[in-house]
Design a protein around this ligand. Structure first.
Ligand SMILES: Cc1cc2nc3c(=O)[nH]c(=O)nc-3n(C[C@H](O)[C@H](O)[C@H](O)COP(=O)(O)OP(=O)(O)OC[C@H]3O[C@@H](n4cnc5c(N)ncnc54)[C@H](O)[C@@H]3O)c2cc1C
Length: 340
């Protein structure tokens, strides 16, 4: 086993330019700051490096996981036996005549919005307030205040996993391929299905990987974009806790998609945070894990919680909400790896 491991390590180092890190704590790669260590971790600086890392992992029959900024994942305390690929590919280019932007999927949402604004393109201001990368945003069809990224996608470039014995393929697909629903896409649904069926040698990413995307923007003055971002940040400040450890909203709102700004908040009694508040969420602690005093759907801790503590708190609150409201709250965050 030891020999096998050092062989895998030397192939990874050889093929990935000696840049593979060993035993990195995944705490430092997620916004919830919990989780075990990754046996191997590689920071891919462009799409070519993402592609190469996946090919090498497949050749070695090693599990791999594609990670953005870790804003929506909770890795188990057991850690990951495979190759964690941190996607930092962030090239951007604009098609000014069509008001479109093409970007690699590791660009952060904030950087993408700012680069577009500098060129006089807007429409995606809401993204500036959502932490993470373009790839993570597309995978989960992120949204806020009535906007969702799915409606801006013209096309995507996808790495498709091979059938047995075949090569990986990179294909271009229209945005509609993602079949976006409220906080979900076909990629997220596919991954959940494969994991539920228990396929794969360990855990990892089992869905096609988004290498880049082209988004439809609109011409706007940079000052107007800055004003709109300012308003959205102010709305967040009023409603959500700031500067705490969290993954944002833990559960989806049972009402689902909002078509207009604030529609979800019209019937406050149907929001996840209202129900959580009413079942005493703010009074429970599991280990160091608790919910924020300001917003019952934001789970947090002071730095000492385990991933299992977060999972247990989620399950306890799902149970309480179900007992009181007969509503099964569906987590928006993803638990990845082995939990009790
Ligand atoms: C304070 C805070 C506020 C938030 N507010 C919102 C909000 O208003 N609205 C909202 O929708 N979300 C919100 N979130 C959740 C989070 O920011 C989003 O889900 C975000 O898109 C996660 O992006 P990421 O790059 O961090 O993805 P990660 O957490 O790194 O990954 C999430 C999933 O996407 C997959 N993935 C990542 N990159 C790719 C790729 N290139 N191809 C295929 N799959 C990929 C990963 O494998 C993983 O399964 C918030 C989070 C925080 C911490």
């Amino acid at each position: 086993m030891k020999n096998q491991n050092s062989k895998i390590e030397s192939v990874l180092q050889e093929k990935l330019g000696g840049k593979v890190l060993l035993g990195e704590s995944l705490k430092y790669y997620t916004t919830m700051k919990v989780g075990g260590v990754a046996k191997f971790l590689y920071k891919a600086k462009d799409s070519g490096q993402v592609l190469r890392a996946i090919k090498v992992a497949l050749d070695l029959k090693l599990s791999y996981f594609i990670l953005g900024k870790g804003g929506n994942v909770i890795f188990s305390d057991d850690g990951f036996e495979g190759l964690m690929i941190v996607n930092q590919a962030s090239k951007v280019s604009f098609f000014e005549d069509k008001a479109e932007v093409w970007a690699e999927s590791g660009i952060t949402n904030g950087e993408l919005v700012m680069k577009a604004a500098e060129k006089g393109f807007g429409g995606i201001e809401f993204l500036a307030t959502i932490p993470g990368t373009l790839g993570g945003a597309l995978y989960g069809n992120v949204g806020a205040y009535g906007w969702e990224i799915g409606s801006f996608v013209k096309s995507i470039s996808l790495l498709i996993l091979p059938d047995k014995g075949k090569e990986v393929k990179v294909v271009k697909k229209p945005g509609s391929f993602l079949k976006p629903l409220y906080r979900s896409t076909i990629l997220k649904r596919l991954n959940a299905k494969i994991i539920a069926q228990g396929k794969g040698i360990s855990w990892g990413s089992f869905h096609p990987i988004i290498l880049s995307a082209t988004l439809q923007l609109q011409r706007k003055k940079p000052e107007q974009i800055a004003r709109e971002i300012g308003k959205l940040i102010e709305m967040r400040r009023k409603r959500q806790p700031q500067g705490i450890i969290s993954s944002g909203s833990t559960f989806k709102n049972p009402l689902g998609r909002s078509s207009k700004i604030d529609e979800v908040y019209k019937d406050i009694k149907k929001t996840a945070s209202y129900m959580l508040d009413n079942v005493g969420a703010k009074k429970i602690k599991v280990g160091d894990a608790r919910v924020s005093d300001r917003h019952a759907n934001f789970f947090t801790h002071s730095g000492k919680a385990t991933a299992q503590n977060i999972k247990d708190l989620v399950q306890e609150l799902q149970k309480r909400v179900y007992e009181r409201y007969e509503v099964k709250l569906d987590p928006e965050i993803e638990f990845v790896g082995k939990f009790k």
